[in-house]
Design a protein around this ligand. Structure first.
Ligand code: NAP
Length: 248
């Protein structure tokens, strides 16, 4: 039985992907801070799901993650789906700190522990580290400075891990999944949510995310329209970019 661990499975995309993999017959380890929500999910799949409370920003995050790997008896795939972020043109320091805690510090703790797990186990079949990053990594966004910078950090960290795996002969595939706007709790705080462009439903986006994982894509945009938008964003020269104003 193949095994996947999903960090950030108490809501949104992580929760949906966890249910789908459990339905496909995988053994699934789920984690997030809200254990009550994880337990509700596990109750639907009592024979092939295990839950553990993990706060990725806490000092014991990597140790608890390793405990979860042990609990499900190995890990073929890690999906890091934990994340947070806000529209924050006022640069509220508490929001920025929270974003860095989860998207940078927690991400690094968990993903590096997963890489070291694969390095240690010298697995015969390739392991996989998949992360829900974002198209926001393409360019610094004035309305979400910390969020867009944190997603760029994730892009670059994953590129580095892919190179490191090759250099150190670690048998792991790296998958950077870059969604555009998807209707989840993450967007609830955005007053402009209903007018966001190319907004996707979880029902539409989740199968595309799962396909990217199963095909072990190196980079996947969710969806192809967002690949085009990202290419356009990247092509805008910096002197011009500063004049593009998003709704504040
Ligand atoms: N929705 C979008 O439009 C969109 C677009 C691009 C990228 N993404 C990315 O997709 C990922 C998933 O987002 P989503 O849309 O599914 O949002 P969501 O519904 O808000 O889910 C976020 C998940 O992260 C977990 N989390 C937050 N802080 C955590 C912490 N300190 N420790 C452990 N888990 C933590 C939450 O669980 P607890 O609160 O229970 O801890 C929750 O399970 C994020 O990285 C996000 O940046 C989303």
């Amino acid at each position: 039985m193949k095994k996947i661990i999903i960090i950030g499975a108490s809501s949104g995309l992580g929760m949906r992907v966890a249910s789908d993999f459990a339905r496909m017959g995988w053994r699934v380890g789920i984690a997030a801070r809200r254990l009550d929500r994880l337990e509700e999910l596990k109750a639907q799949f009592p024979s092939n799901m295990e839950a553990m409370a993990i706060d990725v920003a806490a000092p014991d995050a990597a140790r608890r993650f390793e405990d979860l790997i042990e609990l499900i008896d190995g890990m073929d795939v890690l999906l890091y789906a934990a994340g947070t972020g806000w529209r924050n043109p006022e640069l509220d320091p508490a929001k920025d700190a929270r974003t860095v805690d989860v998207n940078v510090k927690g991400f690094t703790a968990i993903v590096s522990a997963a890489f070291n797990y694969y390095a240690r186990t010298a697995n015969r079949l390739p392991g996989q580290i998949a992360v829900l990053t974002s198209v926001a990594g393409a360019k610094g966004l004035g309305v979400s400075a910390a969020y867009s910078a944190s997603k760029r950090y994730q892009w670059n960290y994953l590129t580095a891990l892919d190179q490191l795996a090759h250099a150190r002969h670690v048998n792991v595939r790296i998958t950077d999944i870059r969604p555009g706007f998807i209707d989840t709790a993450l967007l609830e705080q955005d007053p402009n949510k209903d007018s966001l462009p190319l907004l996707m439903s979880v029902d539409y986006a989740a199968p595309l995310i799962e396909k990217a994982i199963l095909k072990q894509k190196r980079v996947a945009y969710i969806d192809s329209r967002w690949a085009v938008v990202t290419a356009l964003m990247k092509a805008v020269p910096s002197p011009l970019w500063r004049h593009i104003s998003f709704d504040l």
